[in-house]
Design a protein around this ligand. Sequence first.
Ligand code: SF4
Length: 411
Amino acid sequence: MLSVDAAMPSVAPVPSFRRADVDDERWRDWRWQLGHMLTTADELATVVDLTPAERTGLAASAKLFRVGITPYYASLMDPAHASCPIRMQAIPNVAEADVRDEELRDPLGEDTHNPAPSVVHKYPDRVLFLVVDRCGIYCRHCNRRRLVGGDEPPTTADLEAGLAYIAQTRRIRDVLLSGGDPLLLSTRRLDYLLGRLRAIPHVETIRIGTRLPVVCPMRIDDELCTALAKHHPVFVNTHFNHVVELTPEARAGCERLVDAGIPVGNQTVLLRGINSSTQSLRALMRGLLRSRIKPYYLFQGDTVIGTDHLRTSVEDAMRLYESLRGWMNGMAVPMLVLDAPGGGGKVPIVPSFIESIDRETVVVRTYRGERISYPQPRQRDCSVAYDAVAFAGEPVDDDREGSAEMLDGPG
Ligand code: SF4
């Protein structure tokens, strides 16, 4: 007869991903970080005391949106407080299952502006090039949760078709590599793709959208910076949402990019209960600027399924924006925008500081609430005579839509 112990199935112990339990060499290796993402309640419980609500969210996550957190990002979690901004961004909340009628799978209308595999072409002169479908974190507010997760990675044929579309569409001046997170590609693969884009004469600028400086800053190594710098002008837009993410490692990673001549901008998503306070936003924006990262956009939450609980009202967004404008160095103030549902594009929702306007006078409201008159000039003609010299022979429709598109585009 088997003993009780022998009859029990053996259960492998859950490895600990706490910083103190991992040696430096592995901790600093970005491949180790990305290869050991925490995905289960048992793994997360080695890092924080999970609340019953977090456990419920994790149990429901299979039906919601996948979970994945690098050990580095998990190490930033406050083990004692579930209101920690890192926990709230990374650990599922059961409210994600509460989908409202007006919420959309594809809130930005990307799937209907998809002229080639892996390409989203919504604006006249720029495209998104979705080169990978995995991330270094699965953010609970993600507006691309229908696509990311590693289930349907773009194939080589998809990427070739995307490159072909970009090459034959001459009005494309700017390509934004996104996904998923493009910095999950090997440096060699990324270098190759950037080289292919750089070889297209009408592609003037290349941008990379990535959250790895936030969730896996060890990815920003010298090899990567050297590879990116070969393809200038290259810009990186990253995604810090709270000042606690601006660790020495994250700041150093961004500074390595800047030192390689790669300007780094930041897109913050306004998240209710995570960063929706004046104190939190000011600290984040000041911290970004100190780290040589330019605050670029502050996004009103998108109407993506399962994220209603994370959105602020637009009035609150505008009120928070007013608490930044004028009170801080203007370089630290991002543009507040709303992505119009269905693919309308980004719309500034910055409150107006103009109280009244006529031909003689504009009355403005300062950041301190004072009303001050600004006298209008007497001359109104804004045409620039030298344009005829500087831009001789160039089409007037500078956005390359309309007639210029007919002339320059694919036949
Ligand atoms: S890193 Fe970006 S694409 Fe990936 S889950 Fe987060 S928001 Fe979505």
